[in-house]
Design a protein around this ligand. Sequence first.
Ligand SMILES: [Zn+2]
Length: 317
Amino acid sequence: MKIADDGVLQFTVPMPFALREVHVYALETSTGWVLIDSGFPSEAARAQLSAELQQAIGGLSRIALIILTHFHPDHSGLAGWMQQGSGCPVVIHEADWPLLQRMNTLDMAGEFFRPIAKGAGLSSGDLRELFQEVNVPVTSPTIVVGGETFSIGGRDLDLVWTPGHTEGHLCVFDRRTGVLFTGDHLLARITPHVGRVHAAGRNPLHDFENSLALVERMAPRRALPAHEGPVEDVGARCREIAAHHQSRRQQILAEVRAQPKTAPQIAKDVFHGRKGGMHQMLALSETEAHLEALVDEGLLVRVQDDEAAEPSYELQA
Ligand SMILES: [Zn+2]
């Protein structure tokens, strides 16, 4: 545990793969603690967090509210356990709630994590065991859409809808301190993953870019993300990530200039350094998000010759 900001504790919880650890933040208020995210649902993570919360805040019963930035298990996985021990409300965006419910069935969690687990050398059996360790689903969530303010024990916390990484991703802005809790929307070093899975008519990349612009306009004093260290110059980091996606667009356009290509071919050429199941899966879904964005922008056309075949993409004439 460490002090991350004025009245904000940071608990760093282990996870068995990928980013290896995730931060849970606890904000002190005069009527208890507000937790932002909850950690990965393994027994190791639960035991560590249980001991640290006991020591730092006096245990689960001192939690007054839990806000989930998004449904991914490293953020939401221990929320059910925390809710059981505290009886407190759990806040989640309406677009991410159905996904969290699906994630609570072990099969869905297994499906979601299979490529990631493979990359970390875990079998499907290991994975199943891992997800059975702590499987306490969230019940009766407080569903939000962003724009709400939770005033609790002297803090005013604004929920900011920042779709992109997931469709229902939320950032939490603490008005008094100017700190923005960014979940996976804004990270200090890693470019957050932007996938293809959004409701019809929404492009995840366009959503993500709009959300970056929104955070830049908010100009928070600093950002505390769920992985890695804090972001001190939020505007600069927003612009850096936006520029990364612009150059990715140019790379993809260059790839199809000579001849039409399918999404897997483009992903392979653009992300050529990426090896392993998870990296390939993320590269493909991110490429697809870009391709759909370029189609929407009128720069590419999608060509489907035969129902069964992968569509290919070519420059708009
Ligand atoms: Zn995530």
